[in-house]
Design a binder for this molecule. Structure first.
Ligand code: ADP
Ligand code: MG
Length: 359
């Protein structure tokens, strides 16, 4: 059992009077930072531009993403968390440090020694967890706590996860979809699949290539997805223009594609997401299923904004599905909430095998 008194450090307590508690969503697509009483103060893509040979980080966040596809040959821009695993320790570390330092710059904190809660994808290994902790401490945190992203998302979405009544979150990010059922502050059922927003973009790229011999970039595909993508028939179907290069003659080409075609392109990946929810419900004890039938299933993450996804899932599982308010900021807000109400939520950190107090 965690206790503040057992760990009381007067110097840190004193510093704490002058520094902020911060919550970080270390997402596969976007990193967000929330600060107590100030809300979300950083929201940037999880990209790092590095020099290819030395792997020295050159730019982080939005600046790094701007470089994608435009960099000289010896500079590459990467997403170190892309598939929900930390493939590049040092680069993830550099990114985390950059964001924590940026918070201090923005807030002009006199003694930047914050307590930090970091939301991490639930698929990460213990070694990766340690890397995140070390990076957080090195970046100046006086305490670092890790929390599983679906847990933070549920708290941020306002689900009463500490209650005995069951609740369910589906967090659809860039690299992973995480499904979790909670009761009494514990994760009762958990599912994680490496199919989420990125996969939908890749499917659109493939579709354009197969059907129109059109080569488009992933960012073009992502824009089409946001503009006209859907998981369920729309009241009014739409069209969007894809611009790319014709694979047969090598010339620039634009193609009008309909929301019906986009839905067809995205269907296999959407089905994987729907199946993950179904499987989780299959594993959920009947009493908790009864609770879910009353409270519904909450969608969070950027992918929650796919048109008609809630309807599509609702059709498949026959439980009401709703989208959290401001779904893309749930994890960061939830991580921040943990520090505001540490006595209540330390149980979430301590009882869960993957989200535990460290340091
Ligand atoms: P992560 O937690 O992995 O960083 P996010 O929760 O930030 O991911 O979500 C990023 C994903 O959400 C991306 O794949 C992005 O394309 C997708 N996304 C964001 N907005 C929308 C939208 N309006 N419609 C569909 N997908 C969206
Ligand atoms: Mg996320």
């Amino acid at each position: 059992m965690f206790s503040f008194l057992g760990n009381f450090r007067p110097f840190d307590w004193f510093l704490g009077l002058f520094s902020q508690d911060i919550g970080i969503d270390l997402g596969t697509a976007n990193t967000l930072v929330s600060v107590r009483d100030k809300g979300i103060i950083i929201n940037e893509p999880s990209w790092v531009a590095i020099r290819k040979r030395s792997r020295e980080p050159l730019a982080v966040g939005a600046e790094a993403r701007e470089m994608v596809g435009r960099t000289p040959a010896d500079i590459i821009a990467i997403r170190p968390l892309r598939d929900g695993v930390i493939s590049e320790f040092e680069i993830t570390e550099a990114m985390l440090k950059y964001f924590i330092e940026k918070v201090h710059e923005q807030l002009l904190t006199p003694f930047p020694r914050p307590r930090v809660v970091v939301g991490i994808p639930s698929g990460v290994t213990e070694v990766e967890e340690r890397a995140v902790r070390d990076a957080t401490i090195q970046a100046g945190a006086r305490d670092a706590y890790l929390i599983e992203e679906p847990v933070a998302a549920a708290i941020g979405a306002g689900l009463g996860i500490m209650e005995s009544r069951g609740s369910m979150i589906v967090d659809i990010g860039g690299g992973t979809t995480e499904v979790a059922v909670f009761s009494l502050g514990g994760v009762v059922v958990r599912r994680s699949v490496r199919v989420a927003g990125d996969e939908l973009d890749e499917d659109i790229v493939q579709y354009a290539r197969n059907k129109y011999n059109l080569l488009i970039g992933e960012r073009t595909a992502e824009r089409a997805k946001m503009a006209a993508g859907s998981a369920y028939p729309l009241p009014e179907e739409r069209t969007v223009t894809l611009r790319g290069r014709n694979l047969l003659n090598g010339l620039p080409q634009s193609v009008e594609i309909s929301s019906i075609e986009l839905r067809e392109a995205m269907a296999p990946a959407i089905n994987v997401i729907v199946d993950a929810v179904k499987d989780a419900i299959d594993e959920t004890p009947p009493e908790l299923v009864a609770d879910l039938m009353e409270a519904g299933i909450c969608l969070a993450g950027g992918g929650a904004q796919i048109r008609g996804l809630a309807d599509r899932i609702e059709d498949a599982v026959r439980i009401r599905v709703w989208v959290a308010e401001d779904p893309m900021t749930c994890v960061a807000r939830g991580a921040g909430r943990v520090l505001e109400d540490f006595d209540l939520y330390s149980r979430v950190l301590a009882t869960d095998d993957r989200a535990r107090r460290i340091n």
